[in-house]
Design a protein around this ligand. Structure first.
Ligand SMILES: [Zn+2]
Length: 353
């Protein structure tokens, strides 16, 4: 797997520079801005699509899904009986029309497993952290035709997505406070921030940590979770787990944007019998996010919103599904909705008088 240098690091060497977005994705971005991220429900794992207002996917963050102990949670698994997705139905969940690059948060199988089921995604460009991978995964990883590695010396990189949107890719790092000898891929992968820009600074962000606890994202650790403009959307790290959760984790958790609608999203999978072998999402994690102002919450495994699956929902596909975090609408749309509100208020007043 070749390492890549980004223009910021090595501006002079055309052979060594690397463009993250495909030409097709850039063209789609010139026609419509990125307005949010869809968490695609593939069971116990992560697969997120950054899409434009016209619904085109310009980038995937992870391409995983339920495997190993979580295999029964994947929507293609036999256990879902007549409701299981066929290969064709699975393929219809994705949009490769803009040749989106797949950025992998880390090489745990639940973050790239679905690439083994969908041939077309293996031909796309992939970018991931250089990490030791499990031996029995090597063969499948080598089937990714265009895989490149994040440069070892690069801490972060910001990508202009046009129309005042930016993508920050940040390399995670195990802080000294995590005193664990065994190597853990969750701690040194890649995290993403989708940002909406004002004149000079971001006005809001959606944060995607992969499986990295908050203190492993250097900018969050250094700024105690403060992000310019605050965060409007948050993926709970590690599918709503509490691994390595200390006071430092709570402190480094992104702060919700003030006086705006925010939303927490947890991506995990349940079997038709509503089981998760990793005990996800963890009740303590849900409580801690709620306490920090991250409410309402939506889960890929559960009903909307904040509604845990009930026994009566067993095998009911309505209890699971794709979920979405949106950046807030643009100013023009906000003005339009304000006008609508004022009109409704006026009409109600007239009606009452
Ligand atoms: Zn994971």
């Amino acid at each position: 797997m070749p390492d890549v240098s980004f223009p910021k690091v090595d501006p002079g060497d055309p052979n060594n520079s690397y463009e993250i977005l495909s030409g097709e994705a850039k063209r789609a971005l010139s026609r419509g801005s990125v307005d949010g991220v869809t968490a695609i429900d593939l069971g116990q794992g992560d697969c997120n699509a950054l899409t434009t207002v016209w619904g085109h996917t310009v980038l995937y963050f992870d391409f995983g899904g339920g495997c190993h102990a979580g295999a029964h949670t994947h929507p293609t698994h036999e256990t879902w009986g007549p409701r299981k997705l066929s290969p064709q139905q699975l393929a219809e969940k994705f949009d490769f029309s803009c040749k989106p690059t797949v950025i992998v948060s880390h090489w745990d199988h639940d973050h790239w497993y679905t690439s083994e089921l969908v041939e077309d995604v293996r031909k796309l460009q992939w970018l991931g952290p250089r990490q030791p991978v499990a031996k029995n995964n090597l063969e499948a990883i080598t089937k990714l035709d265009n895989l490149r590695c994040w440069p070892a010396t690069l801490g972060e990189y910001e990508l202009d997505l046009g129309s005042g949107r930016r993508l920050r890719i940040e390399k995670c790092k195990k802080p000294n406070s995590i005193n664990q000898k065994k190597y853990d891929r969750n701690l040194d992968g890649l995290a993403l921030f989708l940002k909406k820009m004002g004149w000079t600074k971001p006005t809001e962000s959606i944060v995607m940590p992969g499986d990295a606890p908050w203190q492993c994202i250097p900018s969050l650790l250094a700024n105690e979770g403060k992000i310019p403009g605050g965060a409007v959307g948050l993926f709970g790290y590690h599918h709503g787990s509490i691994t390595h959760w200390t006071d430092e984790t709570t402190k480094s958790m992104p702060k919700p944007a003030e006086k705006r609608t925010v939303k927490l999203l947890l991506t995990y999978g349940l079997t038709p019998a509503q089981k998760n072998s990793y005990n996800l999402a963890h009740p303590a994690a849900k409580a801690r996010y709620h306490e920090a102002g991250w409410s309402p919450r939506e889960d890929t495994a559960g009903k909307l919103p904040n509604d845990p699956p009930q026994p009566a929902d067993v095998g009911n596909p309505a209890t699971r599904g794709d979920r979405r975090l949106n950046l807030s609408p643009t100013v023009t749309m906000r003005l339009a909705s304000m006008t609508r509100t004022s009109y409704t208020t006026l009409r109600n007043l007239l009606w009452k008088s």
